[in-house]
Design a protein around this ligand. Sequence first.
Ligand SMILES: Cc1ncc(COP(=O)(O)O)c(C=O)c1O
Length: 405
Amino acid sequence: MTDLDNQYCWELQNRYIPGGSSTCSKRAQYLPEEPPVIVRGEGCRVWDADGREFIDFRCALGPVSLGYCHPVINQAIREQLEKGIVFGYPHPLEGEVAQMLVEIIPCAEKVRFLKTGGEAIAAAIKIARAVTGRNHVLQIGYNGWLNSLSPTGMVLPNQSATQSLPGIPAALSQLHHGCRWNQREDLEAVGQQFGSDLAAIVVAADYRNLEDGRTFYLWLRKFADQYGAVLIFDEIVTGFRLAIGGVQEYFQVTPDLAVFAKGLANGMPLSVYCGKAELMDVLESATVSTTYGGDALSLAAAKACIGIYRTEPVIEHFWQASRTLWSAFNLLCRKYDLPLKVENYAPFSLLTFDPDCPANFREQFFRAVCDAGVTLYNGGYVCYAHKSADLEEALQRIDSAMSKL
Ligand SMILES: Cc1ncc(COP(=O)(O)O)c(C=O)c1O
């Protein structure tokens, strides 16, 4: 063991990093079973600093969709690295990847690149405000920390805001209205109150109730048109996962603008905001700009990644693997009579704990599962590297964990 063991890493990150991690949802909660750090990944497996191996269903919280160290993606990154990372003029890959995205994303006529999902949503909101000359924004679901401005919205995936929003001026907060997925009466109430000043409706899917999307997205399309607001789909999780083109392809409803990030470049930091040319062209006057927007390393990874999605059955694999994993998981929950289940088997699935389950059950569950060598999130992402044998092994590990609860 090197001096970089779990304990040392944990002490270092808690001493120097507020909250222990730059990504709130990554900080381990259940030490010593849960890994405080990951030092290496390969395929669907990761290793912590003590050398413990886990079958991983966190997948970096979504972006690692083909598996860690995918040889084709790594080769594309290596080749570009030899030629340079980022330049003072655009790299040809910027136009090439933009063209690929226009070919596969239904709403995309023009495309721009950023680094994170949250800033891409902020850019889309700015476009909507610039085009409409309006101020208010209606948000459904979590859209990144930059946009967590409403006291009735979400501050993290799965975490609602409280009435106090430290760091957010009230004047800004009053322009953002958080509504719940498919709560049409609440949405209509906001529409009636602010409709003539409503710039944008931003929606991220509720994975637990995904199938509601079949009617809800159509309803939202009409709702946005009724008020003349710009409809923005947050496809950060759904893009390159439910379908290559996200919910807009899956449910066949086309928004005005959309944002993609996770799944686009197998973990390289790259986000996309895209949409109708007449809206995107407002960027000639409404400024959105960053030095790293078109970095060649991320674009090389994206080009290789999109190539794999187009030629291999990646999406089909997600659906199959997710069904195999979570249907067997639910059977195990029943076998051991545990107050826990997964609601649906879409390629990103969430765990649902019974509201009246014992107070420490959640903690005991996660401790046991980590101890058995499986890392879950508040649900789990499957990736292309989760092959049948890996899923079988993961289920054996989960079975052994559950048998001890
Ligand atoms: C639906 C959704 N939108 C936006 C974001 C924010 O993306 P990022 O963390 O890259 O800023 C996330 C992150 O988890 C997300 O799940």
